[in-house]
Design a protein around this ligand. Structure first.
Ligand code: SAH
Ligand code: SF4
Length: 340
């Protein structure tokens, strides 16, 4: 709930400042029960506790990687589960959160795709993953280190209203206070939703999963491109209203022998010419049922070398490969690994 939802839920007989008191208690002090909101009259606390829940997604299991990454299986109020990942780094802590249970987009290299879509997450369940992981890992002591990526299960732009509402709550200076520039949303390219995202006054940074160097190749590995063509996607990127401090990010999953040649690299340079962007290269993280191979490290470096002449290009180091926590591996592979 945001402040307007709270006002509506309280009804006209409760003074409006009560909504503000609850909002601050929940998002700034992060109380876990209504009884802790001692500024409220006892009767109001009791009636709130009867009608509402303050529960953030609960930890069902936790998996620890040798590299420090932690993958969480979180349970939701209807008994469904979803995954979120905590990645500690020297300068910052990154939380990778989900926006849907499963994903309806059928990318051929992604394990999450094999789940299909179970349902959208609510704004509360999206922001709630941050509350749970930050609490579990004692991150509130220095919240400026927190970085959020909406790159877990799901296609965020197919659940855009909830994603935007969660972002407003996360970024609110009177709420959780995580700056917009430290929140990133990644999309497979739902073209009409990109303009809608750009029009939102409070919004995360935008990352786009390009993953191919031409339409036909993209269609083969990301069938959604049949509907939302590559040229339309690039058009949406050209008209996207970047803020002064912002660049677009393009992600490119390298699949051995499919999209990783020097010619592919040259085409990517041409596609992204004149865009204010950076590129993250991700060598495929393998998984059962994924019909592709990871390119050799030398090929990845050669691909990077070509792109680098035109835009900043980074190679994403996989995190939590041993616990199925890396990009594209979120499919509750819980029979293959043991919880911590
Ligand atoms: N649905 C959104 C966000 C989640 S996926 C999207 O597709 O952008 C986050 C990133 O992981 C995407 O860039 C996606 O291309 C990448 N990815 C998916 N499967 C992968 C795999 N097996 N190995 C490496 N990266 C993968
Ligand atoms: Fe969904 Fe993203 Fe996986 Fe594609 S890569 S299936 S859009 S989660």
């Amino acid at each position: 709930m945001d402040i307007d939802d709270l006002r509506a839920a309280l009804g006209g007989n409760t003074p409006a400042y009560r909504a503000r008191q609850i909002y601050e208690a929940v998002y700034q002090r992060r109380v876990e029960s209504f009884d802790e909101i001692t500024a409220l009259p006892r009767e109001l606390r009791a009636s709130l506790a009867e009608r509402f829940s303050l529960a953030a997604p609960a930890v069902a299991s936790r998996y620890e990687s040798a590299d420090g990454t932690r993958r969480y299986l979180l349970s939701l109020e209807d008994g469904k589960t979803v995954e979120a990942v905590f990645m500690p780094e020297p300068q910052r802590d990154t939380l990778c959160i989900s926006t849907q249970v499963g994903c309806p987009v059928d990318c051929k290299f992604c394990l999450t795709a094999l789940m299909g879509l179970e349902r959208n997450l609510t704004a509360g369940e999206i922001a709630g993953q941050v509350l749970t992981l930050a609490r579990e890992n004692a991150l509130w002591a220095d919240a400026r280190r927190i970085n959020i990526v909406m790159m877990g299960q799901g296609e965020p732009l197919l659940n855009l209203p909830a994603v935007l509402k969660a972002t407003r709550i996360l970024a609110d200076p009177k709420g959780l206070r995580i700056a917009e520039r430290r929140i990133t949303v990644s999309t497979s390219g739902i073209t009409p939703r990109i303009a809608e995202l750009g029009a939102a006054p409070v919004r995360p940074r935008l990352a786009i999963s390009l993953n191919a160097s031409h339409q036909e190749q993209r269609e083969a590995i990301m069938p959604i491109t049949q509907k939302w063509h590559l040229d339309g996607l690039l058009e949406a990127c050209h008209t996207y209203p970047l803020r002064p401090w912002e660049k677009l990010t393009f992600e490119y999953v390298l699949l051995k022998g499919v999209n990783d040649s020097d010619d592919d690299a040259k085409r990517v340079v041409r596609l992204l010419a004149h865009l204010n962007c950076k590129v993250n290269l991700i060598a495929l993280n393998p998984g059962p049922g994924i019909p592709f191979e990871t390119p050799d490290p030398d090929r990845v470096l050669a691909f990077q070398a070509r792109l680098r002449r035109s835009f900043p290009t980074f190679i994403r180091r996989p995190r939590g490969l041993d616990i199925y926590a890396a990009c594209g591996q979120l499919k509750r592979m819980d029979t293959l690994v043991t919880p911590a």
